[in-house]
Design a protein around this ligand. Structure first.
Ligand SMILES: Cc1ncc(COP(=O)(O)O)c(C=O)c1O
Length: 474
């Protein structure tokens, strides 16, 4: 075969992913990776509890530093493996469940009800029934949900602990858009006029989860919650916790310059001023109107100086309008438990996805396509592309030692079935049977959008123990 589609090295822009030591070590043992693919098929998700536990410890360290009552609820939606949920619980933390199934599985796994919360966006009677009978705290989003919960409590003659979801916070005079929750005023009226004297629904706290990654918006939201908490306290109504949801930034990339340069060069490519960086010059969500570009790529901000523990700490250290102390002190003074629901950030460095090369070919434009035994729902986020360089693991001596550029494509029958839109540099021509390792995929990438079109099996999930052994997630 003639694979001559070679770009020059100067056209290449690496995006080098940070690799935890368990990953660095494992990719040095190709036989172990090949063995797992042989045992479980391609692709396979390989995960580790080591970084997961380190991430829990990092957040705990921040709370301890400020002497705050706290609990970390792992947002299970980010990864379906029950092993992570069980591990969070074994570390004394909790699990945020987003559906009946997630909650039932956690209860069946023996996680105690006080370590679980239900934040499901749609709460069926079946879910509320389970949560009430198991005494799991329920985060209430709207009045219909509240009415249904009242019915369920009535039916079982049981009480339910509830937290109220707040949304639409006012930031710099503007209301933040949200489809979730009650406004502060609605929540105030609901507690004062209804919950304060309710026989079955026990108001215990406030909850929010904000889109995006703004520290100051989170701080303002906490400030507004504290304002409400003080108002309720003046009416002798106690608030035990504030749950500030998830959304703690992580850092995927080794080098900030690579990230800045990629974004800059992507714009030049879209304008036709340099060779393409993406398949058919895909703009990754940037809008090009007659040569003027609007907006940035619709992707996760892959490089972040401020991330995880430091990100949380900067929220807690913020000052908010109407109060003279930083947030951590406002919470401590009121003896309020702060709760967080990190998903992606607890899974930082906790998983990789490995797939086998099935074929090489060229498309009609001459682009090298490397076909993988996987489909794109097996590594897909809600953003336009996953911008980390994969690692190419060769099985044999390369046919051609020259670097080569191409695209990774998958098994669904669509023209747009690219595993990554970004053009990838391979140090040598991939061969059938080689492996591609995608890094840091445990948070959302593996499971959130996976589907079974064409009746393909879902990818198997295994946990690596650091010394050559893999355990299959049941
Ligand atoms: C209510 C709630 N909590 C927590 C999370 C987890 O967010 P992240 O994975 O960004 O930490 C989400 C994500 O959508 C959410 O909706």
């Amino acid at each position: 075969m003639d694979f001559t589609h070679i770009m020059t090295d100067t056209d290449h822009l690496p995006l080098t992913a940070i690799k935890h030591t368990w990953i660095q070590d494992l990719v040095q043992i190709p036989a172990a990776l090949h063995g797992t693919i042989q045992d479980h098929g391609s692709p396979v998700n390989i995960q580790s509890l080591v970084p997961f536990e380190e991430n829990i410890i990092e957040y705990e360290g921040v709370f301890r530093k400020y002497d705050l009552k706290h609990r970390i609820y792992f947002a299970r939606k980010a990864n379906k493996c029950l092993t992570f949920a069980k591990h969070a619980a074994s570390q004394g933390q909790g699990v945020d469940t987003a559906s009946y199934q997630e909650l039932q599985q956690c209860l069946d796994a023996g996680i105690s009800a006080d370590q679980l919360i239900s934040t499901a966006a749609v709460k069926t009677r079946q879910l509320l029934d389970l949560a009430v009978r198991s005494a799991v705290t329920i985060v209430i989003d709207n009045m219909d949900e509240l009415s249904l919960l009242e019915e369920v409590c009535e039916e079982h003659r049981l009480q339910a602990n509830i937290s109220l979801r707040i949304g639409g916070f006012e930031v710099n005079g503007n209301r933040m858009h949200s489809r979730f929750g009650f406004s502060i005023d609605e929540a105030k009226a609901l507690v004062l006029d209804n919950l304060a004297t309710h026989t079955n629904l026990i108001y215990t706290g406030l909850h929010f989860h904000l889109n995006g990654y703004s520290v100051s918006e989170r701080a303002i939201a906490i400030g507004e919650c504290i304002g409400l908490i003080d108002h309720l306290a003046a009416h002798d109504i106690e608030t035990f916790h504030v749950d500030i949801g998830g959304g703690y930034l992580i850092n995927y990339l080794e080098d900030e310059n690579q990230w800045q340069e990629f974004q800059h060069q992507l714009k030049l490519a879209i304008l036709g001023k340099r060779p393409e960086l993406t398949y058919r010059n895909d703009p990754l969500g940037i809008i090009n109107i007659e040569g003027t570009l609007h907006g940035d790529a619709k992707v996760y901000p892959y490089y972040n100086k401020l991330h995880k523990g430091d990100f949380l700490e900067s929220i807690l250290g913020h000052y908010v309008p109407k109060y003279e102390e930083p947030i951590h002190q406002l919470l401590r003074d009121r003896d309020i438990e702060i709760r967080i629901e990190p998903g992606r950030s607890l899974l930082d460095q906790a998983g990789i996805t490995v797939a086998r090369v099935a074929f090489r070919k060229h498309d009609s434009a001459g682009n090298l396509l490397v076909g993988l035994e996987m489909n794109r729902t097996q590594m897909k986020s809600s953003s336009a592309d996953f911008l980390l360089d994969p690692i190419h693991i060769r099985s044999n001596q390369a046919e051609d030692e020259q670097p080569i550029f191409g695209y990774l494509v998958g098994a669904y029958c669509l023209e747009q079935e690219l595993i990554l839109l970004r053009k990838i540099k391979f140090e040598s021509m991939p061969q059938v049977g080689d492996l591609m390792v995608f890094l840091n995929t445990a948070g959302y990438m593996m499971h959130f959008f996976e589907s079974q079109a064409h009746q393909f099996d879902l990818a198997k999930n295994v946990f690596y123990d650091g010394s050559g052994h893999f355990t299959l997630e049941s």
